[in-house]
Write a protein that binds this ligand. Structure first.
Ligand code: SME
Length: 167
């Protein structure tokens, strides 16, 4: 399968419809979670050119463990309740940060980052990981992105009975 470049409109309903279609296209039918999340991080990064990091952290006992991503090398383990990612896991909700310096406990991976969004991945009433996105622009992620991305990651959270685990 060769990648066909798409041009996304400005963020809005059509943008998120296209993003969901692209995620379906490049993950569907694949039982291996590593392969699915690798393509998902690439698809999302293509849609957010102002994001300098897009990737996944996966629950591993009482920590989050680095999963597939696009961007610079990043911290590999994040404790429960630590940083933006661990806080989203603990609070059981997405977190949108306009300016990371103002988020107490933020874990800096790239000093160019200004804003961040973290969206939990749910399955069977439990969080099994988070999507994390950073941007070099302040306040790059909005409430609309929170809702849109929560819909997108729902596509990745379907029952994993046919999926091999990363752990
Ligand atoms: N900033 C995150 C750490 C991961 S990196 O951004 C890739 C946090 O505070 O949890």
């Amino acid at each position: 399968m060769s990648y066909i470049e798409v041009t996304y409109p400005d963020r809005g309903a059509k943008f998120y419809r296209m993003l969901r279609e692209q995620l379906e296209l490049y993950t569907r039918g694949e039982p291996d979670l590593t392969a699915v999340l690798a393509n998902a991080s690439s698809v999302i990064a293509q849609a957010f050119p102002k994001a300098n990091w897009v990737g996944f952290y996966l629950v591993d006992k009482n920590e989050l463990k680095l999963g597939p991503f696009q961007g610079r090398p990043a911290v590999m383990r994040i404790g429960y309740g630590c940083g933006v990612c661990g806080s989203a896991w603990k609070r059981k909700e997405s977190i949108v940060v306009d300016e990371v310096e103002c988020f107490e406990g933020h874990i800096a991976c790239d000093c160019n980052t200004h804003s961040e969004i973290v969206v939990p991945l749910w399955e069977g009433g439990e969080i099994w990981g988070v999507l994390d996105m950073d941007s070099v622009l302040p306040a790059h992620f909005t409430e609309e992105d929170r809702i849109g991305l929560e819909g997108c990651v729902g596509l990745l959270s379907r029952p994993k009975k046919n999926r091999r685990s990363l752990a």
